[in-house]
Design a protein around this ligand. Sequence first.
Ligand SMILES: CC(C)=CCC/C(C)=C/CC/C(C)=C/CC/C(C)=C/[C@@H]1[C@@H](COP(=O)(O)OP(=O)(O)O)[C@]1(C)CC/C=C(\C)CC/C=C(\C)CCC=C(C)C
Ligand SMILES: [Mn+2]
Length: 423
Amino acid sequence: MSSVAMFWVTSASTDPSNYYMFSNGNPDPSSSARALTKPTPKLRRGSKNGVYLKYSCLGSSERSYSLPILSSLVANPAGDIAGPSEQKVYNVVLKQAALVNRQLRSADHALDVKPDMVVPGTLSLLSEAYDRCGEVCAEYAKTFYLGTMLMTPERRKAIWAIYVWCRRTDELVDGPNASHITPTALDRWEARLEDVFQGRPYDMLDAALSDTVNRFPVDIQPFKDMIEGMRMDLRKSRYMNFDELYLYCYYVAGTVGLMSVPVMGISPESKASTESVYNAALALGIANQLTNILRDVGEDARRGRVYLPQDELAQAGLSDEDIFAGKVTDKWRIFMKSQIKRARMFFDQAEKGVTELSAASRWPVWASLLLYRKILDEIEVNDYNNFTKRAYVGKAKKIMALPVAYARSMIQPSRTSSSLVEA
Ligand SMILES: CC(C)=CCC/C(C)=C/CC/C(C)=C/CC/C(C)=C/[C@@H]1[C@@H](COP(=O)(O)OP(=O)(O)O)[C@]1(C)CC/C=C(\C)CC/C=C(\C)CCC=C(C)C
Ligand SMILES: [Mn+2]
């Protein structure tokens, strides 16, 4: 039975994780999208010590895979090799790749969509649910929303549903009611997620996600991991080293890449391995999050948070006090250069995978990659003052990036079966 057939509204008002989402006190799920709070300045998330350990091997039941270790490449003067976080995350990547391998590449499943099996009358409810997801997406992320319009309708709606779930999850710790969010509330949000995956949505927005995960080979693990990232945010405000930060970045942003690939699809022409495409998706999430953190150093510091590796700060002769003082010194500039370099490496790693995606999905991903990466350029333009100046990509630059993204999306996937991770 389709998730839609099982859609009913339950207990939204008894779930603390809903308080802000339904803060108008209206249990009517049709009001929930509008009740989502407007975007507000938020906490930002972590960074890493960027290099990949090239081609170390992990076993799997079917074959062995290369382990790209971007993490320690750049900014780790000690030349560390991959930390435990990277291996842990890579295991998730392998699992996700194995799960979707057959579906995504099968010629019989060009759209990767299961046929509808809905009870009569529920289709229009579902279509309304997806429309609401689209509205939320358009309100929070206009450019990205426009990009999704190039995708096939099935894929676009599914991406909207995933976006909305991610946004709601993020709002739990970043939204106006964040101070009321406890680990128990996150546990309840996770229990609710499991219901959604089992076709028991609590509200309309959930119903769209239930339908999406029923149609596409989307696994629950990255969703659970994102909630784990929110737990981490509640209990932690410092990251000792890049390994810790990397794990955080995976939880809150790398997971988005893993959730999105099964929906966006890999091009039938691509000869790249599924896990290498997942690695690229993971890298894009990490790159975005690192950029987010570098942009928001000052804002986070004012909330008592430092999402920068403590050991690297110390190596640069800096401390939390310097960050709270917010003075742009030469030490700070040097430190920032290495952090920006690392973030760019993750973007480079991600680029290799975008071309392998299905044709209609490439443009929005290129657009989001190019636009987010430009924030790093703006930090440089601001002479590394990310304490009091927010790096911002202006409208003109945004518009100019769109045709560039379009041109890149025309590049055809690789026709040789090499890994995307180059030696
Ligand atoms: C096409 C496309 C870009 C699809 C992704 C759509 C999607 C499901 C987005 C969800 C984003 C979201 C709400 C995540 C919650 C956690 C969070 C807020 C993370 C930060 C995003 C930036 O948002 P914002 O600037 O609003 O941050 P604040 O809330 O203000 O702090 C993140 C920095 C992470 C976003 C991560 C991605 C969009 C991952 C992108 C990766 C892919 C789409 C995979 C592409 C595939 C290949 C092969 C490269
Ligand atoms: Mn946020």
